[in-house]
Design a protein around this ligand. Structure first.
Ligand SMILES: Nc1ncnc2c1ncn2[C@@H]1O[C@H](COP(=O)(O)OP(=O)(O)O)[C@@H](O)[C@H]1O
Ligand SMILES: [Mg+2]
Length: 383
């Protein structure tokens, strides 16, 4: 088991040949994080934000160009990947096609000259955990995608590493299998308690699996927090829009006295929000963020916030219905009940509780008046 520490870590790739003088930013910048022993940390963000680069630096497959990476206190800059006691699982599992499942799993141990009996014991244990004991004699081509992914996990498992790195390991699986496997990986983690970094671009995967989640954008950490804190206390508009599905709605609002107003909506402000905003003269405008699940049909809510627009899209999902309502240039998504009794073209009035809205600076996109989270201290202590 292990504590992994990244301190001011950065990665800058050398310029692409032939593109002399081209502007290029660091792939990763100012990355600071200390895991707890046995923690499951998820890195999430859009494609190209530096997730894989960070993982490859922890694994030792890339050198960090700045900062320090420590595992259990030891600086690993000069430790070869194979000596870091880390096992990686990638999106492309690249099993050896000519080897049986057993030998695919045993291979790394055999390379290290592990005694035969020990190899056998570990492979069988891992196969049992992953429910692939009956597949040990098969070749990879005779396996389904999900089974291959299990073998890839098994290959990492038998090494009994002190850190697991998983880079989008479920991306090649169909949606249903992904949901199954993510629960399985979570169970596996709980059982083994190995410190794990897990990369995904899928916020649902991040929210359901991560004990802590690192939200990244353009090589920079935006926020490190628990799933609930990310959802309830996003630090900026990027995190607010990235976490939660469907995404938070954003409306440009005029600040007038004790209310926020705009085309088709108005919202009274709490004392706390007024303090956060400052006076209207200093901050005449801001972003108002409202999650779809906090917009209700009038009658279902007594909230004093009001929003009105014309229904353009209705998406029945079974337990809930998503309605998209046009307000000027903006399409606002509201999560309504199973049978909202609405029609396209209707004007819909929605109510919301001002306590549930998020406010962001109009220029910097930073959240205004985010209340201190009870459990944020753990994230801050390591930030
Ligand atoms: N070998 C490389 N040489 C130059 N640039 C790279 C290399 N690998 C990645 N990058 C760049 O670094 C950034 C981060 O990439 P990556 O870590 O793969 O992102 P992610 O895994 O989040 O999709 C991207 O802009 C990518 O183009
Ligand atoms: Mg990647």
């Amino acid at each position: 088991m292990a504590i992994v520490e990244l301190k001011d870590v950065a990665k800058r790739y050398d310029s692409v040949p032939g593109k002399k003088g081209a502007e290029h930013a660091n792939a990763v910048e100012d990355f600071n994080l200390t895991t707890k022993d046995g923690e499951f940390v998820v890195l999430v963000g859009p494609s190209g934000c530096g997730k894989s680069t960070t993982m490859r630096m922890i694994a030792g497959l890339e050198h960090n160009t700045a900062g320090e990476i420590r595992i259990n206190g030891q600086d690993v800059s000069d430790v070869e990947p194979r000596d870091r006691d880390i096992a990686m699982v990638f999106q492309s599992y690249a099993l050896y096609p000519h080897m049986s499942v057993y030998h695919n799993m045993a291979f790394a141990l055999e390379l290290k000259k592990t005694p035969k009996e020990e190899v056998k014991k570990r492979v069988q244990e891992a196969a049992k955990i992953l429910d692939i004991e009956h597949l040990l004699d098969r070749k990879p081509r005779a396996l389904s995608g999900g089974q291959r992914q299990r073998v890839a996990l098994g290959r990492a498992l038998v090494r009994q590493p002190q850190v697991f790195l998983m880079d989008e390991p479920l991306s090649n699986l169909d949606a249903r299998l992904r949901v199954e496997m993510r629960a399985e990986i979570t169970r596996l983690h709980r059982r083994l308690g190995v410190t794990t970094f897990y990369v995904t671009h899928d916020q649902t995967e991040a929210m359901t699996m991560g004990q802590r989640i690192v939200v990244m954008r353009d090589g920079r950490i935006q926020q490190i927090d628990t799933p609930y804190n990310l959802y309830e206390r996003p630090v900026n508009r990027f995190v607010a829009g990235f976490i939660g599905t469907p995404s938070m709605n954003f409306l440009q609002a005029d600040h007038q006295g004790e209310t926020l107003k705009g085309e088709g909506f108005s919202c009274s402000l709490s004392a706390h929000q007024r303090t956060a905003l400052g006076d209207a003269g200093q901050r005449p405008r801001c972003w108002l963020g409202i999650r779809p699940e906090h917009l209700h049909q009038v009658g279902a809510s007594s909230g004093s916030g009001r929003l009105e627009g014309v229904i353009e899209v209705i998406e029945p999902l079974g337990p809930v219905t998503m309605a998209q309502v046009r307000i000027g240039e903006t399409l606002v998504t509201a999560q309504l009940g199973a049978h909202p009794g609405i029609q396209i073209g209707d004007t819909l009035t929605l109510a919301f509780d001002p306590d549930h809205v998020h406010l962001f600076d109009i220029d910097s996109d930073e959240a205004l008046g985010v209340a201190e989270a009870p459990s944020a201290s753990s994230a801050q202590a390591t930030a």
